[in-house]
Design a protein around this ligand. Structure first.
Ligand code: PLP
Length: 374
C-alpha cells in the first residue's frame, strides 16, 4: 500500500498513540469527577489545552474541544451568525469551502440569512477586492479556509481579517488543512474563530478544536447543551484520550513543521516530474506557488480519473476529490469553482503526501503510472 491520500486523513503517529494509551486504559477518569482519577484526566486535558494554545499564540480558555473540524465549523458559523443576527443577516464565504461550511451556510439560508458564495480566481485564491465588493451594511460573518483540502492553495488570511476588522465583521477560518503545515498565530492571522481537527495532523479521528477569540466575552451560544463542559460552549463528557492525542499531535507537528515541509516538497517535486514524464500534457490545478508542500492536484486531459484509479489499482491510495464528497458522483465543486470544465474536473487526481511517505515510495508509485492507458 502506498498512501498518498493524506488530505482525506493521516495515519496515527505512534508517538501520539503512546501518549493516548494510558487514557484508553487505566487512566479512564471523567475530568469532571472530584477524585484522583478525575483530577488525572482533568490535568491531561488542561495540558493539551495549553499545548494547543501555545502553538496558536492564544489563551488556553480560548480553545474549545469538539469532535472535529465539521463540528467546529458548524459551531463557529451557526453560533457566530446567531450572535450577530440583531446586527444583520448576511454572510460571505467562498465556493470552494469544505462542505461543513457550505452546507451550514445553506442551512442558515433556510433560517433567513443570505449568503454570498465568492468564486476564487483560477489560481484557487480568494481576492480581497471581491470580498470588499461583496461587503454590505448587514454583513456579519466572513468564513474563508486557510488551506483548501483539494488543491492545497493558501488564502491571504491576514489580509481578509484586516478587512473584517475594518468593517466590524466576525471572521471565521477553517484551518483543518493548515495546522502543522503553516505557521499559525491567531493574532498575526487576526482571526476571531478558527477550526481544527486531529486526524489531518497524525492524531486520532473524532476530535478537534475551535479557537474563539476572547471566548469568555464572546456572544457565542452553544449548539449542544448539557453539563456545561468547555466553558459552557460544548457540553458532553470530554474525549480525554482524543484530546491528549490532539495536544500531542499539535506539539509534534510544530516541532517537525519546517524540516517536514522541506522534505515533503522534494517528494512532491519528484512525483510531479514523474507524472510529466508519463503524461506530458497533464496540468496542475490551482497555483503551485501558494500551496502547501504535500498537495498536488493534477488534471489528465482526456483521461477520466476513475479509469486512472482503476488502472493503478486500489493499493495506490489517491483520490478523485474530497473524501467526504465521494458519496455524490458530481464533479468537484472546488475544481469547478476555479474554472475547470466538468470533463477536466473528472479527469483530475489529488495527491496528498505526508509525514510517513518516503522517496522510495514516490519512485515505486511513479513506476505504476505506466500502467495507465494513454
Ligand atoms: C477534513 C476537513 C474538515 C472536516 O474535519 P472532520 O474532523 O473530519 O470533521 C473540514 N475542513 C477541512 C478543510 C478539512 O480538510
Amino acid at each position: 500500500m502506498i498512501y498518498l491520500d493524506n488530505h482525506a486523513t493521516t495515519p496515527l503517529d505512534p508517538i501520539v498513540l503512546d501518549a493516548m494509551m494510558p487514557f484508553l486504559t487505566g487512566a479512564f477518569g471523567n475530568p469532571g469527577s472530584k477524585h484522583l482519577l478525575g483530577y488525572q484526566a482533568r490535568d491531561a486535558v488542561q495540558k493539551a489545552r495549553r499545548q494547543i494554545a501555545e502553538c496558536l499564540g492564544c489563551h488556553p480558555k480560548e480553545i474549545i474541544f469538539t469532535s472535529g473540524a465539521t463540528e467546529s465549523n458548524n459551531l463557529a458559523v451557526k453560533s457566530g451568525c446567531m450572535s450577530r443576527a440583531h446586527v444583520g443577516r448576511h454572510i460571505i464565504t467562498s465556493q470552494i469551502e469544505h462542505s461543513s461550511v457550505l452546507d451550514t451556510c445553506r442551512a442558515l439560508e433556510d433560517e433567513g440569512f443570505s449568503v454570498t458564495y465568492l468564486r476564487p480566481n483560477q489560481a484557487g485564491l480568494i481576492e480581497i477586492a471581491k470580498i470588499t465588493e461583496a461587503i454590505r451594511q448587514d454583513t456579519i460573518l466572513l468564513s474563508f479556509m486557510l488551506v483548501n483540502n483539494e488543491i492545497g492553495t493558501i488564502n491571504p488570511i491576514a489580509e481578509i481579517s484586516a478587512l473584517a476588522k475594518e468593517h466590524g465583521i466576525l471572521f471565521h477560518c477553517d484551518a483543518a488543512q493548515g495546522l502543522g503545515r503553516l505557521p499559525i498565530d491567531v493574532d498575526t492571522l487576526g482571526v476571531d474563530l478558527m477550526s481544527f481537527t486531529a486526524h489531518k495532523i497524525y492524531g486520532p479521528k473524532g476530535v478537534g478544536a475551535l479557537y474563539i477569540r476572547n471566548a469568555a466575552n464572546s456572544l457565542l451560544k452553544p449548539l449542544q447543551h448539557g453539563g456545561g463542559q468547555e466553558f459552557g460552549f460544548r457540553s458532553g463528557t470530554l474525549n480525554v484520550p482524543g484530546i491528549v492525542g490532539l495536544g500531542t499531535a499539535v506539539l509534534i507537528a510544530m516541532q517537525k513543521r519546517e524540516t517536514e515541509t522541506a522534505r515533503i516538497l522534494l517528494l512532491r517535486e519528484a512525483l510531479h516530474k514523474q507524472l510529466l514524464e508519463v503524461f506530458p500534457h497533464c496540468v496542475v490545478n490551482g497555483c503551485l506557488k501558494r500551496r502547501v508542500a504535500g498537495n498536488l492536484n493534477v488534471a489528465f486531459p482526456g483521461l477520466p480519473a476513475e479509469e486512472i484509479m482503476l488502472a493503478i489499482g486500489p493499493s495506490l491510495a489517491v483520490s478523485t476529490s474530497a473524501a467526504c464528497m465521494q458519496a455524490s458522483a458530481s464533479a468537484s465543486h472546488v475544481l469547478q469553482g476555479i474554472g475547470l470544465s466538468d470533463d477536466l474536473a473528472n479527469a483530475s487526481i489529488r495527491f496528498g503526501i505526508g509525514r510517513f511517505n518516503t522517496l522510495e515510495e514516490i519512485k515505486e508509485f511513479g513506476i505504476n503510472w505506466v500502467l495507465v492507458p494513454k
